[in-house]
Design a protein. Structure first.
Lengths: 258, 110
């Protein structure tokens, strides 16, 4: 039964992908390429990039003992610049204990509850964003490298189906803007290709840090759809699909976006 | 450091030629709550902004600024200074809650 359902999902996904034009691999552009020169300069200069303040918090959280186990991230993993190099570029990844794909912040919280015996960080909390940004920073410049893992395939197919699914009162899919109409304007805003390679980001509009899921929720309320809650399986599926779609693009974490 | 006052990022050269003009950049993590925004309960969030920044070289003020609610979160200030001697620079921020943050950096002349 579940196999039948999986096949139906795959069929739907491939039918949907025919309906819109996927961005060709050599035509892909990072969100940074759509920004003003001033915003790009802000991202490129570590002393002007406000997201670096968050990575400093992440650096001290890395060595802070927490939970009943009284262990820090560093007690198990060692110094992050070595142990976390390239790790964020591989997420979302399949977690064997959870039997499910986890994104990076999901993995941080899995470590918190399972290893440190501490309470999970709240979604979008300053600590969770800071640790994610600090871990992400260790992969900066490395290519987005989604694992070649068959256990991620159902999630990726589901993510691609969601990508092409029309939603909300405005009845738009992600693909209609970000595959079919990137580079054009929506109101005054330039439509980017929606790659996940700079998250978590400092968004000037937010005056603060935010995750990819926060960005998804922004877009969903933009098309007047009911946004999924943080941590929803749909978001993980979209993240798995988007990391595949951005494979090979350099990680920019922690990015700045307008 | 207390309340909303967060970490600071300061950029300046470690060494400069005597008489050279250097650029100093200072940024501090602060939400710069304007006092005009409603919170999730619909109440106005009280104003809490960094209202004063000062930079002192060996106790002598070289740059100061009064800040107002139109400033963005995490205010970033860039200014220049002529280096006549080596010494210590102190950077001070004060916010509406009275919280202070101070960072120190040394500069050498060559």
């Amino acid at each position: 039964m579940s196999r039948v359902r999986a096949v139906i999902v795959l069929v739907c996904a491939s039918a949907a992908s025919l309906a819109h034009a996927e961005v060709a691999l050599d035509q892909r552009k990072s969100g940074a390429d759509f920004m003003s020169a001033a915003t790009r300069a802000m991202q490129d200069d570590d002393t002007a990039n406000p997201a670096m303040l968050s990575t400093l918090d992440g650096e001290s959280l890395w060595t802070e003992k927490a939970g009943d186990a009284q262990k820090s991230c560093g007690d198990c993993h060692g110094p992050a610049p070595q142990s976390m190099k390239g790790v964020a570029a591989r997420y979302p990844a399949y977690n064997v204990a959870r039997k499910a794909p986890l994104d990076l912040s999901g993995q941080v919280n899995a470590c918190r509850t399972d290893q440190q015996k501490a309470e999970a960080f709240k979604p979008e909390s300053a600590q969770l964003l800071a640790l994610s940004a600090y871990i992400g920073l260790q992969s900066r410049g490395m290519p987005v490298s989604p694992p070649d893992d068959a256990r991620l395939a159902p999630s990726r197919a589901q993510g691609e189906a969601l990508w092409s699914q029309r939603i909300g009162q405005l009845n738009f899919s992600c693909a209609q803007c970000h595959d079919d109409n990137w580079g054009k304007r929506l109101g005054s805003a330039l439509i980017p290709q929606a790659h996940p390679n700079a998250y978590p980001i400092y968004r000037l509009d937010w005056q603060g840090m935010g995750s990819l899921q926060r960005r998804f929720r922004n877009c969903m309320s933009g098309v007047r759809a009911q946004a999924y809650p943080y941590g929803a399986q749909e978001f993980i599926d979209l993240e798995v699909f988007l990391s595949h779609r951005a494979r090979g693009m350099p990680v920019e974490t922690p990015g700045v976006r307008p | 450091m207390a309340g909303n006052m967060g970490r600071a990022l300061i950029s300046l050269p470690a060494k400069a030629k005597r008489g050279a003009v250097i650029e100093i950049r200072a940024m501090i993590a602060h939400p710069m709550e304007t006092g005009y925004r409603p919170d999730s309960q619909g109440r106005l969030a009280p104003r809490d902004i960094v209202n004063r920044f000062e930079c002192l070289f060996e106790g002598e003020q070289v740059f100061a600024a009064d800040l107002f609610p139109a400033m963005s979160a995490n205010p970033y200030l860039s200014f220049t200074m002529r280096v006549d001697a080596g010494g210590e620079l102190a950077f001070r921020w004060r916010d509406d809650s009275g919280a202070m943050a101070e960072e120190k950096r040394r500069i050498e002349v060559e």
